[in-house]
Design a protein around this ligand. Structure first.
Ligand code: ZN
Length: 116
């Protein structure tokens, strides 16, 4: 898997999620500022894993994070979900899951409805 910079959609999603207020979010903002990503699933969906180079201070946030997203299609129907998982307090994976046939790409921020 190739480690790379986040795409604009990935960055928009994480920036929006981490602009919210929940336990441990400050440490996650610091982690995210230094994170690279890579595809974390072989099925063709947009799930990504986080890659860090060096020391990372853990967060006290729960996993999955308390803020989750529903992915809406152009008609406003829920077609999937997106959650962020930690491992030992460190950003680990963004899971993009589909409720319909076939995998979903990483969603645009406009197609996400937040739930918490
Ligand atoms: Zn997948």
């Amino acid at each position: 898997m190739i480690t790379r910079q986040p795409t604009s959609d990935e960055r928009a999603f994480l920036d929006a999620l981490l602009s919210r207020s929940f336990d441990g979010v400050e440490a996650l903002r610091i982690q995210w500022a230094d994170a690279l990503v890579r595809s974390s699933c072989e099925c063709g969906c947009g799930s990504i894993g986080f890659v860090f180079d060096g020391e990372v201070s853990p967060s006290a946030a729960s996993s999955p994070l308390p803020v989750e997203g529903e992915i809406l299609d152009d008609d406003g129907e829920v077609v999937g979900g997106i959650i962020v998982l930690l491992r030992d307090g460190v950003l680990d994976d963004v899971d993009v899951h589909s409720f319909t046939d076939g995998p979903l790409p990483f969603p645009t921020l406009a197609s996400i409805r937040w739930s918490e």
